[in-house]
Design a protein around this ligand. Sequence first.
Ligand code: CA
Length: 646
Amino acid sequence: MKFLFDSKEFEEQYHYDGKDLGAVYEKDQTTFKVWAPTAKAVQLCTYPDGSNGTCLQEYSMEKQEQGVWCACVDGDLEGTYYTYRIDIDGTIRETQDIYGKACGVNGNRSMVVDLEKTNPDGWDGDSFDRQGQTAPAIYELHIKDFSSDPCSGITKEHRGKYLAFTEAGTTLNGEGEFATCLSYIKDLGISHIHLLPTFDFASVDESKPLENQFNWGYDPENYNVPEGGYATDASDGHVRIKEFKQMVQAIHNAGMGVVMDVVYNHTYEGDSAFQRTVPGYYYRFWEDGTWSDGSACGNDTASERYMFRKFMIESVCYWAEEYHIDGFRFDLMGLHDVTTMNEIRKALDSLPGGRDILVYGEPWSGDRTAMRSDCVPALKKNVDKLNERIAIFNDDTRDAIKGSVFKEKEAGYINGDNELGAQIPSCVLAWCDGLGGYMPKCPGQTITYVSAHDNFTLWDKLNYTLFEKPDFYKKEEEVLKLNRMAAGMVMTSLGIPFFQAGEEFGRTKNGDENSFKTESAINQLDWTRAAEYRDLIEYYKGLLTIRKHFRALTTKEREIIERFSFLDTNLQETVAFRIQGIEAEGDWWKELFVVYHNTDKKEELELPEGSWNLLCDGKNCVPEGLEACGNTIILNEKSVMILGRK
Ligand code: CA
């Protein structure tokens, strides 16, 4: 089968370019089209309910050109659930529609939907100034983590749901003092909220909303439908769509964009809608017929095959257009081929405002893959073959600053491994110096970060490297110092800064390294802790403000690295550099002088010529300037010092 599907003949005979796969709804008729070139017969089955009851009616679908089967059903089918029964060599498998735009509870049946009906009030006027985001900064958030905490100030029935985002003016315990949830994030200074998987995934049983279930959601079921577990009612296919849109609208109204974490590289299980529709086509297999498992989740999809590439492109564009999504983060992007990623970029670019939709991903895979050998995988080493507006998570920066994500005790530059100091200038330059053995085209191709949902939180990692038996809940000044140092380095480096929600208030998961299905009590944002760590939050806000008003740090073009010059300070373990500004509109300083001071003692440093203002002393960050400096400054222990010159 593998060789048949990889042959030019098969592709020529069966590729389908129409944009009408799935159910196309009109008031007086609905047209169903499914691509199933290896099927002997296909039946369309309609149901009155999303999960219960027997088939209302069966329709034989007619075979058309290019392997497409079609049925046109008269009448208003809005809200009708449906499946396909696909006969492959006498074996009949029932499945939902891979192109389905709505579905019933748990996603086993698709639903015909009039999308107009799902638009919240004001949706036509919903907008976000993508182009105006000259200093992008990304905040990685799980929908349930955001508002599960009973202290979050969110009404009980909205906690953990899409609608929690629509509650404005929430405060800790509703006491009116410390802002929480969207009101809190709005003031932080980030540009985009990146949501962990929000398409329909399989690991949460949507039929049991009262059970306290949790999963990150990296187990896709229906790619073009929002997850039902975050809706107030998963049994009515309309509700999740409308509430998802209300969430997007609320985030846009708060002045931020929405990034979706998309997981096209594998499906929840091999026995998926894809496999039931065209067995063997959508996945990779080894020559002996065994499943390729590049995702380490049991299977990996074949982006290099015509109809899956087309599926990915159309799916991404569908979310951008129908749901007004402003960015996409590709899980295990290294399992996709470079051509597919570049085609996705091109397709997004063709949409209104599409050029400013963010695209970035993980430039690695979970395991080896049976990708066709003439394809180029979107791995870190191939970053130069990706469009310059496709960015990669930079694991070299992540690990150089604070140590390996896999070995809990292994330190990075800030917590004890001084040899890694040699890599720090490359981190600052977003590895555009080529010293990592790969060549990003420009700083805009790098996501600069030290924390994400995977692995330890920054707080937990720092604790592990500092203490034999850490107490993660203790407010330890030594850890705070390193936390500030890590953030200071990320925010004074090139690339797009990214951080896990709560990094800015010392988020802990009590040392849990892989909390993908850990209870909410450990995963959720602890809003009481946020209030306790507000000094750290203010420090992050200060750093984000400095970036906003010094465009040389946020410029995506390659030439900008020429404006960075590293100085020899004669202080061991210290990295110091000047950044000549580009004097963009809104810039507050002509030049910055940045020092990463990595020892446990205060030391004196002579400043470059000119009159400098101290903006950050490693503990306090005041973008307008803390104080004017003389010819020297005292470097604080374990600190990022930032100075500005008018
Ligand atoms: Ca689901």
